[in-house]
Design a protein around this ligand. Structure first.
Ligand SMILES: [Fe+2]
Length: 260
């Protein structure tokens, strides 16, 4: 259990005060951003959640300009008070949840190469920025993220608890669906940055279950292929309101484990 004061994360040496070096982007980087953007954006009006579509307008992402974090942070600050924090690739769980709990979304700044348009080992900024940032303009969504991370920090020394909470993160923030006006729509960033999974997740092939904290915590997920099941929320308020349940179901499962 962490007893560090809130804000500890900002003086953590692992962050190394990294910034986006916008001038360093090459013509190939701009081309990659444009290709990915133009390939995915036309699919989204019929597929993405309204919150995401509104968010894209708010953060002013376009095909011709790689997302600029300085401008983005100004906009996010005025909408939900969040910001992007540049990180050196994948980071430790305590740093990850520590940032989220302080309203900072960790992001890489590099872009995949032309020959990697469809497959990546690690998320690049097309995933981190294009898919995640527009959702950071939605208040109940970011409040959920902040609270979920707070629970994770309380259990940061328990890998089993972190795994259970990661399943919640995975099936919501990365692979979540929402029902809007009777239609399935995507808000999960892992889906939104994949043209193939955008189509697949809304098709009849995978199973679609109502959002269910206990079921998700008992559900393993795939990292290297499309999910075979997705969980559907009815609203972002539902996510935020599920925080006490996440905490109580987690305590329950951890207690059961101790008995065994
Ligand atoms: Fe992600």
């Amino acid at each position: 259990m962490t007893d560090k004061p809130k804000g500890w994360v900002f003086s953590d040496p692992r962050l190394k005060d990294l910034k986006q070096d916008y001038e360093a982007y090459t013509p190939e980087d701009f081309k990659v951003w444009k290709i990915l953007f133009e390939r995915q954006m036309p699919n989204l009006p019929e597929a993405a959640s309204q919150a995401y579509l509104d968010g894209v307008k708010t953060v002013k992402f376009t095909a011709d300009r790689i997302a600029n974090f300085e401008e983005l942070n100004q906009i996010l600050k005025e909408t939900t008070g969040w910001a992007v924090q540049v990180v050196p690739g994948l980071i430790d769980d305590d740093l990850f949840f520590g940032l989220l709990n302080n309203k900072r979304f960790p992001s890489s700044t590099w872009l995949r190469k032309m020959e990697q348009l469809d497959y990546l080992e690690e998320p690049d900024m097309f995933h981190d920025a294009f898919a995640h940032m527009p959702m950071l303009t939605n208040q109940p969504y970011v409040d959920f993220l902040e609270q979920l991370s707070g629970i994770a920090l309380k259990h940061i020394d328990d890998p089993w608890a972190i795994q259970l909470l990661s399943r919640i993160y995975w099936f919501t923030i990365e692979f979540g669906l929402i029902r809007e006006n009777g239609q399935l729509r995507i808000y999960g960033a892992g889906i939104l940055s994949s043209k193939g999974e955008t189509q697949f997740s809304l098709s009849d092939e995978p199973a679609h279950y109502p959002y269910d904290v206990r079921r998700i915590m008992n559900q393993e997920y795939w990292k290297n292929k499309f999910q075979d099941k997705y969980f559907v929320i009815e609203s972002y308020e539902q996510l935020y309101n599920s925080i006490p349940e996440i905490e109580s179901v987690l305590e329950e499962i951890l207690a059961e484990n101790k008995v065994k």
